[in-house]
Design a protein around this ligand. Structure first.
Ligand code: PMP
Length: 428
């Protein structure tokens, strides 16, 4: 059994043995040792209500017994073989995914992480179209492998050299000084220009339906319909990166449903395993045929991950989590909008949908806004609430709680955030 060495010792070991690039999210990060549904606990027993869910991962709650019992059962029965033998959990999972995936998507390839799912999706698009290039949106985030980092627009998550060169970035459908309609029109015009120049060179465009790390950027409802039509005209596939938005997070099973668009390929990860690594990319019969080389993943579709994901899908269905997310999301959004009305000089914008919401903070300049965001994050943590931050300027508070969060938790968090914002205002 584990003996806790204390958070200072963990910080020291991290500093000594991790790569120096390791990101510190908090100035003073808590050490978490236990989780139970919407709560996590540090080594001193202090309880935090989790409004970030490890960036949308733990949608069904921490250590949810309905899920962990099935993980443990599978762990004790058969842990791993290779794909050369038959095992049932992975085929059951692929069948269940085909039931919830949109359109005629019915083929799933299992991998282990979001980056790997996108990497597979991008290669599949190349093999299907025989083209090399990619389109992506500014401020999108798609992963940490070479190709997925190459299509990542967010400067913070890119290296400035060594990346694939055949990527064209399109203006994002959001601009602080424009309406969502005008920003979408501008984005599509920039897409049209690039397609007219070299549309034949692109295999796919990869997009997050709602950008997570980019700052909860949700385009106007008609945006992706027009975007898909433009791509179709030029034979360019659409890859929806639903890694952060999938499995009920936004009030629908997949966020592309809000836009009435069926993409050609969907990548998924995070919430599918509720904390256990499992990821996949899915597509149609026709496109799947193009991955015509023997391809197998050591851990992709392993029985433990697959059994866990099956339990997750059962739980999402039985507890009607997408509906719950839509309903509670409205409550949380109303709470944030009320705070925006009370603190218009601090909260510039509230956006997102379902339980994927962001509040953009303003300050005298970008650095001040990012500083205020950190102050609030830190203060909320000290008062027992974990929230997130994202955005190009790291000045957007992110609210992505487990979907099993309660109305009471939301009201409690909003009340505490109100106190914290008041404190920030008085300090100014
Ligand atoms: N796509 C999106 C939209 C993500 O949010 C992330 C992770 N933040 C990734 C891809 C990469 O996933 P992973 O860290 O599992 O490789």
């Amino acid at each position: 059994h584990q003996e806790f060495i204390g958070r200072e010792a963990v910080v020291a070991k991290r500093g000594e043995y991790f790569y120096p690039c390791t990101v510190h999210f908090y100035r003073d990060s808590p050490q978490l040792v236990r989780g139970s549904m919407q709560f996590v606990y540090d080594e001193k027993g202090k309880r935090y209500t989790d409004f970030f869910a490890g960036v949308s991962v733990v949608a069904c709650g921490h250590c949810n017994p309905a899920i962990t019992s099935r993980t443990i059962e599978q762990l004790q029965q058969l842990q791993h073989t290779t794909t050369i033998y038959l095992t049932q959990p992975a085929v059951d999972l692929a069948e269940r995914l085909a039931e919830v995936l949109p359109g005629s998507m019915c083929r799933t390839f299992f991998v282990n992480s979001g980056s790997e799912a996108n990497e597979g999706a991008l290669l599949l698009a190349r093999m299907h179209t025989g083209r090399q290039g990619f389109l992506a949106l500014e401020s999108g985030l798609h992963g940490r492998t070479n190709l997925t980092m190459s299509v990542t627009g967010l400067p913070m998550w890119r290296t400035d050299r060594y990346l694939a060169e055949e990527v064209s970035f399109i203006e994002r459908p959001y601009h602080p000084e424009l309406s969502l309609d005008d920003a979408a029109t501008r984005s599509l015009e920039s897409l049209k220009r690039v397609l007219e120049q070299k549309g034949h060179s692109f295999a796919a465009m990869i997009v997050e339906p709602i950008q997570g790390n980019g700052g909860m950027i949700m385009p106007v409802s008609w945006y992706f319909r027009e975007l898909k039509a433009l791509l179709d005209e030029h034979g360019v596939l659409l890859i929806a990166d639903e890694i952060q938005t999938g499995f009920g997070r936004t009030g629908a099973m997949f966020a592309m449903e809000h836009f009435g668009v069926v993409p050609d390929i969907i990548s998924m990860a995070k919430a599918l395993g509720n904390g256990v690594p499992v990821a996949a990319f899915a597509t149609t019969d026709d496109i799947a045929l193009s991955l015509n080389r023997p391809s197998a993943s050591t851990f992709g579709g392993n029985p433990v991950s697959a059994a866990t994901a099956l339990a997750v899908l059962d739980y999402i269905r039985d507890e009607r989590l997408p509906e719950r997310s839509a309903e509670l999301g409205q409550r949380l959004q109303a709470g944030l909008l009320a705070l925006q009305e009370r603190y218009p000089e601090l909260i510039a914008d509230v956006r997102g949908t379902g339980l994927m919401l962001g509040a953009e903070l303003s300050g005298e300049d970008a650095a001040a806004a990012a500083g205020i965001t950190d102050d609030i994050l830190e203060e909320m943590k000290d008062r027992g609430y974990l929230i997130g931050k994202n955005g190009v300027g790291r000045n957007v508070l992110a609210f992505q709680p487990p979907l099993i969060i309660t109305a009471g938790d939301i009201d409690g968090m909003i009340a505490v955030l109100d106190e914290v914002l008041l404190q920030v205002r008085n300090r100014k």
